[in-house]
Design a protein around this ligand. Structure first.
Ligand SMILES: *Cc1c(COP(=O)(O)O)cnc(C)c1O
Length: 223
């Protein structure tokens, strides 16, 4: 595996090429560098290279490394891309800048209450279970319109877009297309989709945020 800075630069140039290829404006897509399981020292090269947008999937893990990194680098934007329990809403709101995984009313309400308490107003994405997989988090496609309304009008969350993780064993394109369609009919401008194996495809289907981990930091060791 090449050094992290080289991998990062390769992914960024792939994204710019995909933007051009698919007729997207240059810079339309934000790269979220997914640093889960990697320690602060492994993340620093990406920060040194000037990257500032990162994703983590666990609140506890993020709390352990990002306060220190924020102390050393200005302008960090941290995205929560993993499942959230309502008893972690306080820490999530304090630690992250954007939440991608709002998937039930209880979480929406807990986040809103914490944001009010902490005087923050974080942009939020709703996670959509495009493949309707029973084991996977997310709102089923046909319930999204209603849930978006509830989150915005009843709960008062700042919903900016939709997020999905397609089934591993299916071509991602149809899931990306579905998410793009649901976002459009709900007037949501931001779309979080595409990972190491399919971020260029996601750019073609209108992603505004791609979440790329292993292609930048290497394969993960969960041991
Ligand atoms: C880990 C993770 C990613 C990044 O996955 P890679 O295949 O390593 O790029 C993206 N999105 C979510 C929700 C993740 O948990």
């Amino acid at each position: 595996m090449a050094p992290v800075a080289d991998q990062l630069s390769n992914v960024l140039s792939d994204i710019r090429k995909a933007e051009a290829e698919y007729g997207r404006p240059e810079g339309a897509v934000t790269l979220i560098a997914v640093s889960k399981t990697f320690e602060a020292d492994a993340i620093r090269p990406a920060l040194e290279a000037g990257h500032r947008v990162f994703g983590e999937n666990r609140v506890q893990e993020a709390m352990g490394k990002w306060p220190e990194l924020r102390g050393s680098y200005d302008g960090i934007e941290l995205h929560l891309i993993g499942p959230l329990q309502s008893n972690k809403a306080k820490e999530a709101v304090a630690t992250f800048d954007v939440i991608h995984t709002v998937d039930r009313q209880k979480i929406a309400k807990a986040l809103k209450a914490e944001m009010d308490k902490q005087g923050r107003d974080l942009p939020c994405f709703i996670q959509v279970n495009t493949g309707e997989e029973p084991q996977k988090a997310g709102i089923p496609p046909k319930e999204v319109d209603q849930f978006v309304k509830e989150c915005k009008d009843t709960v008062g969350l700042n919903i900016v877009g939709l997020m999905c993780i397609p089934p591993v064993d299916e071509a991602p394109g149809e899931h990306f297309a579905l998410l793009q369609k649901i976002a459009a009919r709900n007037g949501l401008s931001q779309i979080s989709m595409g990972m190491s194996s399919d971020y260029e495809t996601a750019v073609g289907f209108g992603a505004t945020h791609v979440r790329v981990g292993s292609a930048i930091f290497g394969s993960r060791d969960y041991a």
